[in-house]
Design a protein around this ligand. Sequence first.
Ligand code: PGA
Length: 250
Amino acid sequence: MRKKIVAGNWKMNNDLNESIELVNEIKKILLNREDVKVIVAPPFTALDRVSQLLSGTNIGLSAQNMCYEDSGAFTGAISAKMLKSVGCEYVILGHSERRTLFGETNSDINKKFKKAISEGLIPIFCIGETLEERESGKMKKVIKKQIKKGLKEISPENFEGTIVAYEPVWAIGTGKTATPEQAQEVHAFIRKLLKEMYSESLSESTIIQYGGSVKPENAGELMGQLDIDGALVGGACLKADSFANIVKNA
Ligand code: PGA
């Protein structure tokens, strides 16, 4: 039985004080829930402080991105080692905003995946199609390419324990959620691909989150689908009570 994982991606929201306030409220409501794994992904500037505030709790800490290089002349970039040093356990990779707004390619994401693993960070590997790709019948092809290229040369041992997040681009921040049936169809497809690439047991144990306008009202039905093992939440994670209600509805 896969345990549900609900992660809140704060994106470029919350300065340091706002981050402290939000994480303290989340702690008050969600502390030490055993049935669902809760993860928060604050902006880089708040990671260190949020990490201290989460110490001794079972709420996980994730970064929203990282660089695949170790160190050096990469102005503005943050390495996996830096993230580890402030207590991150997870890192979101390949979010559609990184792909579309910052030009990240499948090959960049693959390099980041390898680096994250080698430094002991757990990737939350994001994939998803645009509306145009879905409507023109290319959805499965796009998803397959993102998976094959993003996970190129990742061994079963290194893939094990990582998280996949299916986020249809047309559902992110738009209020338009995929129906539970639409999401389930793609999740089952992803699980089948993972089985072909790795093994049945590895594919069955992999957590595949859904993301894209998840709210307390739709969280239960989405996460009630056979192959949907949690959620990656954007907008609705910025208020502690709505994030907590999504976790409760998981
Ligand atoms: P949203 O974002 O919940 O605001 O749609 C989801 C995400 O981008 O992870």
